[in-house]
Design a protein around this ligand. Sequence first.
Ligand SMILES: [Zn+2]
Length: 635
Amino acid sequence: MDSMGLARIVGFVALGVTLTATDAPGQAGDSAPSRIVVWADHDDDDADGRPDGEQTVVPPPGRVDLVPLPARWVGAVLQAVSGGDHARVLAGSSAVPLPWGRVVPDPAWLQGLTPGTVELVTKGAGGRTRLTIEVRGIDMRDGEGELVDMARSHASLERTPPMRVEGPPDANYDDPDALRVVMSVPDDGPGLDGDREISVDSLNAGGVRVDSMARLPLAPSGCPRPHANVRCWTSAPLRLVIDDVDRDHPLVADRSIKAEVGGGIVLRSEGRKAQMIRVLGPRKLPRDLFDEHATSPPTSIGRLRATLRPFVVRVVPGGAPAIGGTDAGAVGALRVELVAASAIWGQCGITFGDVKQVDVRLVDPPPSHLVAIGDDLGISASGGEIRLRVDGKAISVPTVSGETPDRVAHDLARFAERMGLVAIVSPNARIGPGLAPSVDVSLRRRDGALVSIDTMPGVPLSTDATLSVRIGSVDLSDGLQHFTDLDAVAGTLEERTLLKALDDGDPATIEVVVVPLFAGGGRIGESFIGSDLSSVRNVVLLDRAGIRARKSSLTLAHELGHVLMDFPGHPDDYGVDTPTLLMDSDAADASAFGPRRITLQECGRVVRHSGPKGRLPLLADWPIGPIPISSVPRP
Ligand SMILES: [Zn+2]
């Protein structure tokens, strides 16, 4: 049949209207069969983890690909002459399968199961007619040539720089994420000549279109293994990419579409939905990522959510925010960073949720609420007295020879609590050359407000000759004193005074803090990770230069990588310089070949350390639900 006729039939199916006079079967007796095209329904529109075509009851969200049976066959008996296993009828308000040979009730739908042709005879009030159901198939194939189950597996975001794919449409290729689309059409039907194409819609989890591709050409090819008596057409490997930089690169622009974790890729033929595949994390994790004793190590990554607490610090109390010029500008600027970082981590199936709505807090630099005991080297006391003022009231704490910083800190806390204050004692990680950890004491009022600590006029803070005691203060006008290799695990006193003021005590959240600038130049971002065993952990600090460098260095995403992997190193520390990797230490390039890729090993490391079963679960499983979607696209 010519393509016009095919289009008309597909149009009929799409609209679900009753047959027109030209296409209608004869009114009585045997006649030319009418033909309905349906798609084998092995995607998972109701997101229950099972192919829709294998469900015994199909709830409404799973019915997207069902085709209502024309009203004229309601009340008739449908008898399968051949190919009855390629499709089924679902009937009644719960859409349960109806065996062939039964009277069709109202409502009833056709559902394709596997590619092939079903020949039916209908017997009923209108007499005897013939009906052909042509079941077409859409499958996805990966770079190793294996079929990707549209329901039990998923698609993943691109982790490979743009590259050319050569060879015939059946050829394998070296890209673990891109997938070919394969269309199968029964080889006894019409429309088997020439090339074909499909259109592609990329939707987010809420059903909103992220991107679309009007034309993905399909070329004649071999067919996937299980299908028989079909002819097949296959596309170039389709890349699901995170942003325009990847989408528009000339090497891959004709086969790239933007996508989001939790969303879906809808493949359409002549406008009508054929099948869909969900977009989640990497499909195949290498087995050797998890040690042999791990019970049921993950083999793929679905969707994982990290909870971020973003802050922009003002230069001075009540002053301008570190970035953005105005309060609204600061919130907007940090949200742009978070959107970009969330998209990047989508390569591992990780999202930071609806970051366009996330609460960004603007905060003043804190008052001097923190006293560090044994600061730096953690040398014990030799006897003396600590004297300080809290909100104008004097406290004096005696020290005894041999007391550790921890002991003295708890004494100070007890004295402060007697004054009606709340004291939070937090040890720091022992820094390289230190004898013992230093210990911080943060003082607050009962309502949680930080108090201001200072020295008494003319009186030294401490008379102890060996125990170092310092009051922390934050002065951002000269830049934040950042850690060096020596004190990286604990952070500087100024960093701790800032970050301990913002800490919510929840080890499962990640604080993202933007300051005006780091002192000394050079530093634009840093992170405090879990394995440092410090009381400051799972924090990313950025300055405005780090924000400015987003396009070329993705500073926020990089620093979050250190936190999520719980690893301070960089791949290039070990001599392998791969400037396309996000975790490269010094790459800066705003193109698709810039530092933006995350390896499977790195995704696995993130799951091992920060996943729901990790040592410090920063990531929670976030199961997907159905995407609101219709068979024909909304205008
Ligand atoms: Zn780094």
